[in-house]
Design a protein around this ligand. Structure first.
Ligand code: ATP
Length: 300
């Protein structure tokens, strides 16, 4: 388990991370969110022991992170750091050996992961000859080749097309099921909503929203009802008890309500409309929750 307790980082007089506390259990996927400059990379570097913290404590399975522990950590850095003149195989061997692995084991793992990512044919190709997406797969494989206990992924999905995002997510879930603790950053809320269980949102290095995603959504009582029907009197709908806002777009109407207790009022109203083909109650999005808590849009 990774434990980050009261961690602060100053660059000179500049406070980049401010008393940050969270933990990531074995087999858990944890999201570290924040806009550019929020302090995500700084946090990752401190966890990985690449940067000294000013204050606080970081432990992995109860041990402070030093060279004896870093072999158990895999790190996909944001600035993709591949040795582009090497072949995929040479690069895997280079990093695997740095992580204390034997060549036979490295090659065995490499075969497995190349196959899993459908890029077996690239094993002996130079990295610079690969597409951006495939380079990212190779870097990801390099980060997990040593079967890390803790996997840190700094913006793992940036630059990937939706099919590759899905493939990465499937592999990350596979690692989670094997007990790996996974911490990843993203400035795309929808990526976080799709598959993380716990999260921290940083603003200027400070946690502004934290906890289990399900719980955060449950505690936030407001809901969105998606409706498709004919001849809805929007002005009358706006006056139904508990209705905060009605958004009308091309295909549907979204009714924002104060709490789940107001669903029945809207339902009673819609029942009287013609041709109702959709009535779906959904939790508010993480972006809406963030907007209300922090006062600005997360994604702009
Ligand atoms: P991004 O999404 O853009 O990568 P981030 O959330 O990873 O952002 P960090 O790179 O951790 O943010 O930076 C946090 C803050 O600390 C920023 O204001 C940045 O300018 C500052 N910072 C980062 N590294 C240094 C450094 N070496 N010296 C001084 N300030 C720094």
């Amino acid at each position: 388990m990774l434990k980050v307790e009261n961690v602060t980082k100053y660059y000179g007089n500049f406070l980049a991370v401010d008393h940050l506390t969270f933990e990531v259990k074995d087999g858990e996927i944890f999201g570290l969110l924040g806009v550019n400059g929020a302090g995500k990379t700084t946090t990752f570097r401190m966890i990985n022991g690449l940067l000294d913290k000013t204050e606080g404590s970081i432990t992995l399975d109860g041990l402070p992170i030093d060279y004896s522990v870093t072999d158990k950590i895999g790190f996909l850095t944001e600035e993709r750091s591949l040795l582009t003149k090497l072949t995929v195989k040479e690069q895997a061997i280079y990093y695997g050996i740095l992580k204390g692995m034997e060549e036979k084991k490295i090659l065995e793992k490499l075969e497995y992961w190349l196959d899993r990512f459908h890029i077996t044919d690239y094993k002996d190709r130079k990295i610079k000859e690969l597409s951006k997406g495939n380079q990212q797969k190779v870097q990801f494989i390099t980060a997990i080749i040593n079967e890390p206990k803790l996997l840190i992924l700094d913006e793992p999905f940036s630059g990937l097309d939706p099919i590759n995002v899905q493939q990465f997510m499937d592999v990350i879930r596979e690692l989670k099921n094997k007990g790996t603790s996974i911490i990843f950053s993203s400035h795309r809320m929808e990526h976080v909503e799709m598959f993380c269980e716990k999260l921290v949102v940083l603003v200027h290095g400070k946690s502004v929203l934290a906890g289990e995603l399900k719980q955060i959504k449950k505690e936030y009582r407001k809901k969105n009802i998606h409706i498709e029907a004919n001849h809805i009197d929007v002005e009358a709908l706006k006056k139904v008890e508990g209705v905060l806002e009605v958004l009308v777009n091309e295909t549907e109407m979204v009714v924002k309500i104060k709490s789940d207790e107001n669903v029945k009022n809207v339902f009673e109203f819609i029942k009287k409309c013609q041709d109702v083909t959709k009535f779906v109650v959904e939790d508010a999005t993480l972006n809406e929750i963030f907007l209300e808590k922090v006062g600005v849009n997360y994604e702009n």
